[in-house]
Design a protein around this ligand. Structure first.
Ligand code: NAI
Length: 760
């Protein structure tokens, strides 16, 4: 389909000749209404004439196009835009093209030479664009071109004034691209080469004739078309060739050490490294640029490998560091976490519990008869496994830790948490997802290891990493966490985009929430919450927060998570931690300590959907979230009741998790439905169905509608003996401890889901 501009109104400045004329003709030919602006000055900015613009307008009209002339100087930016509004009622596209030259060697450059060049090129483009901006913003469409020059990019003898102004336009364009993005206003910069009266003094005549403006104009039209999503780019264009430019930065060298002054000698000694472009990175934003610089602070302060450059971790944009086959399934070194009731209470205070609410006492006073640990405390022991930084040491996973964002969290408890003890956590890379390049991802999570908040909407290559952490007390599996982290800039390695292993977010029902609870955080909420183990200075140190672009230290995402979870626990589970099963949230926006958190809840069976907002601003801070509760005694009456805890429950919980993690593969391998009946003291106390035949597999508790291929019956104790390898299944069968109905041979396939399970 050809590109047309039928309803678009285009203003081209300096369109009386040269490149501008060519743009005006080309836009008009494709249906645009064009304002042909030209002051009609000479090439040094002297004189004035309406002839140049009129001639172009006549030519357009003669071809059946729509155009009006405007003879104002770009220094009267408002008037140019008004001309577009008067003639055509709107303004969609501005091509800042007008220009003059006043070349002199630097020392001979007069104030006037300097000022005139800046007034026409830089100030003129600013004034015209500013006049058009609000119109574009309101209509949510705008395309702007800035015209730079190779002289600005590379420097050119005798053009100090012109070079400075031309590269100034690039800086202006870079910022407009950022400010305009959310209004669909795109701003790009071109450095053209074409024969014109500006170049005829510096180029041989045959080159002037050969480098036609028509070999540049189509590029400008494409950048200005609604289909073109390019924004903030810089292009060299001429002779029909177009190239894109970007910044490159060396890995650099650190020139100071902890507790030592920085010296010029150290700078000299590192100079080769500072200037060595091997493995150069390509930062694309102030955030990216600053991140690696700030990471030096922590590196130097912690005395780490200060010889390395600020981005000594492999470049975030490097595509070579990610090898999913090598990384997925890798385990981080196990971590241990010792705690007493003090940590449980500190955590409860950290997530806003207060003695003002008598119900909260059971979490705040170790002498309370029902003293217990808040279920979401389950994230705390596992966090160390993440934070201790083993992530980047795994084979196949060379990532820049400063680029890691905590995007989502899933927690599932298999038992109520104890109030003291020593827990072990083991983290595994569940999967690696490639969010590709150009994929627009909302990355508004919280940086785990540095102070930075990511750009709110960015098109960087990104990687998403569900990291699964099992936490054990001795051999007993207590809880499962999944931290979904994003690694900004590490995508584009050609990996898959989605994973059945990542716990999905679930949107809330469409109706108004069933219940809304509001709770205020205190000004010291983050200062209190961090004592539970997340020491990131982002949450306490104003200067760190400022470097991350925040006005003040922000609340931990997992603190808001704790607030939301206890709201559900209070509202729907009578504050009984035993009723809590699982929680999933996505961190969307930061909360400032002192703001109020509003938890909206929708109850759907045993699931409570939640969405959390900052009450004062209405901003959603946790989304796609839910809490799963265990069924109440009343609703589960129909199920066989276990007398006391069944050990087998844990095994089934683990099997359920495995099915969730890799059910699809298991279904392919096994293709059968297994039933289990667990007995205690001769009575059936629990029934389970492991469906590895349909869909991507499922675990059902209790009666199951479909038919099983084989059903096993065993006591809780014998089941555990078999699973732990202490009792041979054949022996158990022949001794009558394991009863089997249906296809006996299928029993062998059970191994597939139970093998490698040292913990079971
Ligand atoms: P040109 O001299 O043919 O066109 C510039 C036009 O701007 C002229 O018609 C002039 O009357 C008009 N103009 C000057 N001051 C004005 C003002 N205050 N208000 C309104 N109009 C004004 O030059 P050319 O080559 O077509 O250049 C177009 C743009 O491209 C300029 O910004 C120039 O600096 C830039 N450029 C051109 C290169 C080339 O190879 N032709 C190389 C690099 C940049």
């Amino acid at each position: 389909m050809s590109l047309t501009f039928d309803r678009r109104v285009v203003l081209v400045t300096g369109a009386g000749g040269g490149l501008g004329k060519e743009y005006a003709l080309a836009f008009a030919e494709r249906g645009a209404s064009v304002v042909v602006n030209d002051l009609g000055a000479d090439s040094k900015g002297g004189g004035k004439s309406s002839a140049a613009a009129d001639k172009v307008v006549d030519e357009i009209k003669a071809k059946g196009g729509k155009a009006v002339a405007n003879y104002d100087s770009v220094e009267d930016g408002e008037k140019l835009v008004q001309a577009a509004l008067d003639a055509f009622g709107r303004i969609d596209i501005v091509v800042n093209n007008a220009g003059i030259l006043r070349d002199r060697s630097f020392i001979r450059t007069s104030d006037l030479d300097w000022d005139l060049i800046h007034r026409v090129h830089l100030r003129g483009s600013f004034l015209v664009t500013r006049a058009a901006w609000n119109h574009m913003k309101k209509q949510k469409f705008g395309r702007i071109i800035m015209t730079a020059s190779a002289a600005g990019i590379y420097g050119n003898f005798g053009q100090a004034n012109y070079s400075a102004a031309k590269l100034g336009l690039l800086g202006l364009s870079n910022t407009l691209a950022i400010e305009g993005r959310k209004y669909n206003i795109h701003c790009n910069t071109i450095a053209p080469v074409a024969g014109s009266r500006l170049t005829e003094t510096v180029m041989p005549p045959d080159l002037v004739a050969a480098l036609k403006p028509e070999y540049v104009a189509p590029m400008v039209l494409w950048l200005c078309h609604e289909q073109c999503q390019e924004n903030g780019g810089l292009f060299e264009v001429g002779a029909g060739w177009i190239g894109k430019l970007r910044w490159e930065r060396t890995q650099g060298g650190i020139t100071r050490q902890r507790n030592q002054p920085m010296t010029p000698e150290a700078v000299r000694d590192q100079w080769d490294k500072v200037c060595d472009f091997t493995d150069a990175t390509k930062p694309t934003s102030v955030q990216e640029s600053l991140q690696s610089i700030v990471s030096v602070l922590s590196k130097v302060e912690s005395g780490q490998d200060v010889d390395a450059g600020p981005t000594s971790a492999p470049a975030a944009s490097s595509t070579s560091g990610i090898n999913p086959t090598a990384a997925v399934g890798q385990k981080l070194p196990p971590t241990t976490f010792s705690f007493s009731h003090t940590q449980c209470i500190l955590y409860a205070l950290g997530v806003g519990m207060s003695t003002k609410d008598p119900d909260h006492l059971r979490f705040l006073y170790e002498g309370h008869p029902d003293f217990g640990c808040l279920p979401t405390f389950g994230v705390i022991p596992s966090q160390a496994a993440m934070m201790d930084g083993g992530l980047s040491s795994l084979p196949g996973l060379k990532i820049d830790l400063t680029q890691v964002l905590h995007g989502e969290q899933y927690l599932e408890l298999y038992k109520s948490l104890p109030t003291s003890g020593q827990l072990t956590s083991e983290a595994t890379i569940a999967d690696i997802l490639d969010k590709g390049s150009g994929a627009v991802i909302l990355l508004e999570g919280e940086r785990v290891l540095t102070v930075f908040h990511p750009p709110d909407c960015t098109a960087v290559k990104s990687l998403s990493l569900p990291l699964s952490v099992n936490t054990y007390s001795g051999d007993e599996l207590l809880c499962f966490n999944q931290f979904s982290v994003f690694v900004v800039g590490a995508g584009g390695f050609g990996g898959k985009r989605t994973s059945e292993k990542a716990k999905p977010l679930v949107p809330p029902p469409q109706r108004a929430p069933d219940v809304v609870l509001v709770d205020s955080t205190t000004n010291d909420q983050a200062a209190l919450y961090r004592l539970s183990g997340d020491w990131n200075p982002l949450h306490i140190d104003p200067s760190f927060a400022a470097m991350g672009g925040f006005q003040a230290p922000i609340l931990h995402g997992l603190c808001s998570f704790g607030f939301a979870a206890r709201h559900v626990l209070k509202q729907f589970a009578g504050n009984d931690p035993g009723r809590f099963k699982a929680i999933k949230v996505r961190f969307v926006k930061p909360v400032m300590p002192g703001q109020s958190l509003q938890t909206e809840m929708w109850k759907e069976g045993s699931r409570v959907h939640i969405q959390c907002k900052v009450k004062e601003t209405g901003a959603v801070v946790l989304s796609g979230a839910y809490v799963d509760l265990h069924e109440t005694a009343e609703t589960s009456q129909c199920l066989p009741q276990a007398e006391g805890d069944l050990q087998s429950e844990l095994v089934f919980a683990e099997i359920g998790r495995r099915i969730q993690d890799s059910g699809g593969e298991l279904v392919k391998k096994v293709n059968a439905v297994f039933g289990w009946e667990i007995t205690k003291d001769g009575k059936n106390v629990a029934e389970w169905t492991i469906d590895l035949k349909n869909g991507s597999g499922a675990l059902h508790r209790g009666a199951y509608g479909g038919k099983t291929d084989v059903t096993f019956t065993a006591s809780d104790e014998d089941f555990m003996e078999v699973v732990q390898g202490k009792l041979n299944p054949q022996k158990a069968f022949f001794s009558g401890k394991l009863k089997i109905r249906g296809n006996v041979m299928l029993g062998q396939k059970l191994e597939v889901i139970l093998k490698d399970h040292a913990r079971l």
